[in-house]
Design a protein around this ligand. Sequence first.
Ligand code: FAD
Length: 318
Amino acid sequence: MAEVLVYVDHVDGSVRKPTLELLTLARRLGEPVAVHLGAGVETAAPVLAEYGAVKVLAADAPEFNDYLVVPKVDALKAAFDAVSPSAVLLPSSAEGKEIGARLAVRIDSGLITDAIDLEAGDEGPVATQSVFAAAFTTKSRVTNGTPVITVKPNSTAPEAASAAGSVEQLSVSFGELATGTRVTSRTPRESTGRPELTEAAIVVSGGRGVNGAENFHVIESLADSLGAAVGASRAAVDAGWYPHTSQVGQTGKTVSPQLYVAAGISGAIQHRAGMQTSKTIVAINKDSEAPIFDLVDYGVVGDLFEVVPQLTEEVKTR
Ligand code: FAD
């Protein structure tokens, strides 16, 4: 069976959920071989095996930490040469997309980014994308070389499937460009205790209807009761009520959670572009004509300051 390389996104061996999703999708295409770069493979390997990695190719070197993506591209290329896979999958993070694009150039292959689904096809993997502000769904396939595909977080639910996951050391020699861009400092994001927006299974977002930074605690309380991330519309961000890192939409982040709750958000096309592929969409808006109601699974016409706290209380009792 053909092997499929899966780039492992992790923090010191703690594997992030999008990688488990990639392993789940990779099993549709062949046998997943995980590529783990940096420290912590002994922690990561059992988890990768639990989600179907037949093998874990591991390399650790200071270059992975000290420089931006090129050393990782060198390592992924070494893994590619070692395995000759039928496809390479990476998470659709900024880093994943850059590594994927650089690898595709090096191996003279086509690249598909931001896939939301993958299936095996007679002539290679077929990727589904949501395009033009989510107005269309397209299916595409790489016709030149080994497909390199980045997949959006939350595109599928991770499913365990036990495999050997034996660790093999990957020998990597870094090219001239590897040390071209040095990381000069790292400042950890101030922890809110909430999941990362693009990876969260549930997102609760507030818009102009929240009417002030001082009212966003209403949105945060619902998010915390659900274990969700907090998002915001551009109107709320431009008004300075919530940080830009939380903006959902065309000029913000794209999210695709299992559940998206929009409170006091009208549903402009630019906002929809960032959340329309969410599995279940719930909106709370006092205007029954708001365009957001055209795409919701559940809509509540009402004042968010009445509805959201009630919802929070209800969730807490469960
Ligand atoms: P509004 O459109 O003003 O809607 C507020 C809603 O809240 C209304 O529907 C109102 O009925 C409701 N409301 C008010 N009070 C309450 C209450 N008490 N209870 C319940 N409901 C209430 N927007 C984004 O979000 N993300 C982007 O990335 C983005 N990128 C853009 C890029 C470009 C190039 C452009 C031109 C625009 C972009 N926008 C983006 C802006 C977008 O067009 C909208 O202006 C914005 O999404 C509106 O935000 P909103 O829905 O919060 O505000």
